[in-house]
Design a protein around this ligand. Structure first.
Ligand SMILES: *[C@@H]1O[C@H](CO)[C@@H](O)[C@H](O)[C@H]1NC(C)=O
Ligand SMILES: *[C@@H]1O[C@H](CO)[C@@H](O)[C@H](O)[C@H]1NC(C)=O
Length: 251
């Protein structure tokens, strides 16, 4: 039999665990809010934003990408959603929905924002940005597993060379792919371990702009993360990632 005290303790522990679950489930990798233009509680923009997010979540399910606009004039919201190339449509939909809800908390009343999750990216603006490659909003993120991974690489210099080769191959594959998505593995000849990578562009930009965007991402990775075992760059029009472990759902 449970005493009332142990029931209370059990309840508290469950509540804490549930809270931890929710927090890890909805915290993004990164968010960028533009504070130069805001809407007020009376603006149609604020009503149209959640509608636009639902529209994106529905439209993106079949191909992992969607553009959508809701409203007219000052109230018009333009949005873009991109799911990681390997995620299933149900996971894509739920990622976009939680990103859409979270971005309103993170960037309250801002007329422009981007939020990045592991499995999706969501971007909106009052400006018509479809088709314009965004080279400005891009952020390097190093993998927190760098500090936890105790299996060392015997030759870090050689690894840098392999990383550069992998990123180059990913870029060359992604920008000519109809899905604008590429994944690639590369043996690093170090205890028969592999390097895994992905590159992806939003499908509203041209192949040429995708190539430029990925070249910029490679330069950013070179500057931020040389010698690291895993890193990524997330951007408004493209993203790139490499790791020493398989991180894709179907890899
Ligand atoms: C928009 O709102 C942010 C707070 O979210 C504030 O810091 C910023 O100054 C506002 N911008 C303008 C142009 O009013
Ligand atoms: C990894 O390398 C660090 C220093 O570079 C060393 O302190 C550590 O012991 C190594 N870990 C293993 C598992 O070899």
């Amino acid at each position: 039999m449970h005493s009332p005290a142990s029931s209370t303790l059990y309840f508290l522990c469950s509540a804490l665990l549930f809270h931890a679950f929710l927090t890890t489930a909805i915290d993004p990798l990164h968010a960028k809010c533009s504070i130069s233009k805001n809407y007020t509680s009376n603006d149609a923009f604020g009503d149209n934003l959640p509608q636009m997010m639902s529209l994106l979540a529905t439209k993106a399910a079949p191909i992992g990408f969607a553009l959508g606009s809701v409203g007219h004039g000052d109230g018009r919201v333009n949005g873009l959603a991109l799911c990681r190339g390997d995620v299933r449509s149900s996971a894509c939909t739920s990622c976009i929905l939680s990103a859409g809800a979270r971005i309103r908390d993170l960037c309250p009343r801002n007329k422009e924002a981007v939020v990045w999750y592991d499995e999706c990216m969501v971007r909106y603006s009052d400006a018509a940005f479809f088709g314009d490659a965004d080279y400005d909003q891009s952020f390097p993120l190093s993998n927190p597993r760098n500090t936890f991974n105790t299996r060392n690489v015997s030759d870090p210099k050689a690894l840098d060379g392999k990383v550069a080769l992998l990123l180059e191959r990913l870029k060359n594959k992604a920008y000519i792919s109809p899905l604008m998505f590429a994944k690639q593995e590369l043996e690093i000849g170090d205890q028969s371990r592999n390097l895994y990578g992905l590159a992806q562009c939003t499908k509203d930009i041209s192949g040429g702009d995708c190539k430029k965007c990925l070249e910029a991402a490679i330069n950013k990775l070179r500057r931020c993360c040389r010698g690291q075992r895993g890193a990524r760059v997330v951007g408004g029009s493209c993203n790139m990632r490499y790791e020493l472990y398989a991180f894709l759902d179907d890899a």
